[in-house]
Write a protein that binds this ligand. Structure first.
Ligand code: GLU
Length: 383
């Protein structure tokens, strides 16, 4: 067995969709899991560090508890996750153990990656596991996640983990073998795309809205994951996990879509900002402000045309062009109510309105990241 083309990657996050691991009637697909553990062991033997993001807790718990196919209430899916997760983690530990690999379970809640302090803490723990040569097996902590406070899909969770750990590759094992120009299930003319240089609005339009019965994601969350990963310099692969040994299958010529990482990746603190999953608000700015941002300057209140959302100082906001195009993301220096009052004002006018001496920037340049699409906006604007 070889892992030739994956060999250049040193820190690989592999995300496994529920449909691959769990059969609704028979439960966990052991043979398949064993074959994936084989592939992981081969990569590890070649010197790569592997992180696993495994879905399947709710699907497996549902099967074990005999809940059938009916829609579950929140507390029922939380309970199913509790039952499924213990079985899932046990199976991973056993199968990786059979190949001589140690593993450790990490269950994350949204705040563990979105709040800076908790992010650093999670990163330290996962980093320590890797140093100890144990494979982190990660999932969302579905037993406490509520619909408002959750990742909801493991595609974006996996991207957040891969970039948090400075990984160079994220592999999404899916029930589809890659990205097509349109959803292939509904469009017979859909063409397969082996390489995506950059996730443009045109690429995003190809995703459609389809999600499979067992997974929450569909192609849209995979592209969201791709944006998070590639912005931070992590390549992403989408390939099918429908066969045994899905990672080495790529060496045998099975197809996949490769998303190239940015050549000028955002690192460290700024990569944490760029990857924030849900901005709390939006600031629509004028052309002058966009020009300034692209030169690396701060966003001043004068350039802000419209403020929406309810956010507090320090929350993440998206900075939008007049057409609604996301140019940048950053941590805002004002609460929403004050931001509304000073939008469009010159720095000298602000104190009179707010009644206190204010900082001049709406979003300081140290807390601001221009998106890859934003950089392209510059090119288009220049014609
Ligand atoms: N965390 C969920 C589970 O383990 C899966 C989320 C997803 O399908 O992306 O059941």
């Amino acid at each position: 067995m070889t892992t030739q083309s994956l060999k250049k990657y040193k820190r690989i996050t592999v995300k496994i969709g529920s449909a691959l691991l769990v059969d609704r009637s028979t439960g966990l697909k052991r043979d398949w899991l064993a074959s994936l553990a084989d592939d992981i062991a081969a990569l590890a033997a070649d010197g790569a560090e592997i992180l696993v993001v495994s879905s399947g807790a709710i699907a497996l718990g549902r099967t074990i508890l005999g809940l059938g196919k009916r829609a579950l209430k929140l507390e029922e899916s939380q309970a199913a996750a509790a039952v499924g997760q213990i079985a899932l983690a046990g199976a991973w530990s056993e199968e990786l153990g059979r190949k001589g690999l140690k593993s450790g379970q990490i269950l994350l809640t949204l705040g563990d990656t979105e709040e800076r302090r908790r992010y650093l803490n999670a990163r330290a723990t996962i980093g320590t596991l890797l140093k100890m040569k144990a494979v982190p097996v990660i999932n969302e902590n579905d037993t406490v996640a509520t619909s408002e406070i959750r990742y909801g899909d493991n595609d974006r969770l996996a991207a957040r983990v891969a970039t948090m750990m400075g990984g160079d590759l994220l592999v999404l094992l899916s029930d589809i073998d890659g990205l097509y120009t349109a959803p292939p299930a509904t469009d017979p003319n859909a063409k397969f795309l082996p390489v995506v240089e950059r996730i443009t609005p045109e690429i995003e339009a190809m995703a459609g809205a389809a999600a499979s019965e067992l997974s929450r994601g569909g192609m849209r969350t995979k592209l969201d994951a791709g944006k998070i990963a590639t912005t931070a310099g992590t390549a992403m692969i989408i390939t099918s996990g429908a066969r045994l040994n899905p990672l080495t299958a790529m060496e045998r010529g099975e197809r996949f879509t490769l998303f190239h990482p940015s050549r000028t990746p955002v690192k460290g603190y700024k990569s944490w900002i760029a990857g924030q999953l849900e901005p709390a608000g939006r600031l629509t700015v004028d052309a002058g402000a966009i020009g300034a941002l692209l030169q690396g300057k701060s966003l001043l209140p004068a350039g802000v045309r419209l403020v929406s959302g309810s956010f507090s100082r320090g929350d993440t906001v998206a900075v939008l062009s007049p057409e609604g195009f996301e140019i940048a993301r950053g941590l805002v220096a004002y609460d929403a109510a004050d931001a509304v009052r000073i939008a469009g004002l010159k720095t000298a006018e602000i104190e009179a309105v707010l009644g206190y001496e204010a900082r001049s920037a709406m979003v300081h340049r140290d807390d601001l990241v221009v998106s890859r699409a934003g950089l392209e906006y510059r090119k288009e604007a220049k014609g």
